[in-house]
Write a protein that binds this ligand. Structure first.
Ligand code: GLY
Length: 345
């Protein structure tokens, strides 16, 4: 039998079968979608108290959840005092600010992302454009910058004086063996400086039960130039499934990438777990994957922090972290910061 005939008979069989199938959906789900939310709700990292309020208001105004999330993170991207995101973010090891962001839209099932983007302070807006104006998901570095320029984003110096001084002090403290003189011990960073992996994630579910999410960051402070964390990677720093909910992360990006954190949380919600339990179970997996000694404390627990945030399609909000932490949320009771569940107290 020729390949053509074989293909034709296969297509005929498919056509015959499809006349017997229910007309409404071309596919069947093994897990029924959750009942939808009644009110718009949003979750965010602790630095997103204003963001969740903005996002909920934008959804009430009729914007899709993904747009609401992007508008929610914008004031934090613009804030020079937040050294973990956008303008004022701490630079890479060469003193250059490189930003990462992604967005995902549940209704269309599409996503957009940029990584190692320089000179543009609102990478989440650029990620949204990648989603809407290209057939791609992720643009990086020079290509992402050229795309941003093409869409009229204005280039500016993102390195504030505050961030520059922190970078210089980090560089001077790096080694006793190099030619940089250590700053005084009581310098602004102090002796116990911990490299920052701050970020903002906003996850949204609207009154129609549609789901969207956004994560944006300047990434690990003083990273190796070109390093990309979890934030712009779909399924790692942010993931949306319109039948079940949204999840995102902040903290050590490498650990989140290695367990596909946000996707894992959403899958656990699809399996019936509450958002907080889904976050906790994903954290347990992350701990299981953390094996090398340099990443462990003396008691065997991870030597870093990771937070997961989640909202299910019903509008139930949850958050959990490896160690005690907080998250921001907004529902019909308004915006507030609350404790996250902690895997290790
Ligand atoms: N979670 C942010 C980063 O690791 O880049």
């Amino acid at each position: 039998m020729s390949e053509t005939l074989s293909r034709r008979s296969f297509l005929g069989a498919v056509a015959a079968a499809s006349t017997l199938a229910p007309a409404a959906s071309p596919v069947s789900f093994h897990v029924p979608p959750l009942r939808r939310a009644q009110h718009p709700v949003a979750v965010s990292s602790r630095n997103g108290l204003k963001s969740v309020e903005i996002a909920v208001q934008k959804m009430k105004d009729g914007l899709p959840p993904v747009d609401a999330a992007v508008l929610g993170v914008e004031p934090v991207e613009n804030d020079p005092e937040d050294t973990s995101v956008g303008y004022g973010g701490l630079p890479n090891a060469d003193g250059e600010v490189e930003l990462d962001s992604c967005v995902m839209d549940g209704r269309s099932g599409l996503a957009g992302a940029v990584a190692a983007l320089k000179n543009i302070k609102n990478p989440a807006q650029v990620a949204l454009k990648v989603m809407r104006r290209t057939d791609h998901v992720l643009l990086v570095a020079e290509g992402a910058l050229r795309f941003a320029r093409m869409h009229g984003f204005v280039e500016e110096n993102l390195l504030t004086e505050k961030a520059r001084k922190e970078w210089v002090e980090w560089r001077e403290r790096l080694s006793k063996e190099d030619d940089w003189v250590d700053p005084q011990e009581n310098g602004p960073m102090g002796k116990e400086y911990v490299r920052q992996t701050g970020t903002i994630h906003v996850g949204c579910v609207d009154q129609n039960g549609d789901v969207g999410g956004c994560t944006t960051t300047s990434g690990l402070a003083f990273k190796v130039p070109g390093r990309v964390g979890d934030s712009p990677l779909i399924g790692c720093g942010n993931y949306v499934d319109n039948d079940f909910g949204v999840a995102g992360s902040t903290g050590r990006g490498e650990a989140v990438i290695l367990c596909n954190g946000a996707h894992r949380v959403v899958r656990y919600m699809a399996d019936g777990r509450t958002p907080t339990d889904a976050c906790l179970d994903a954290l347990k997996d992350l701990v299981r994957f953390t094996k090398v000694k340099r990443l462990l404390r003396a008691d065997g627990k991870p030597d870093f922090q990771v937070n997961f945030y989640a909202v299910n399609k019903r509008g139930e909000i949850g958050g959990a972290a490896l160690y005690p932490s907080k998250h921001a949320r907004c529902d019909e009771d308004g915006p507030r910061v609350v404790d996250s569940a902690a895997l290790f107290g």
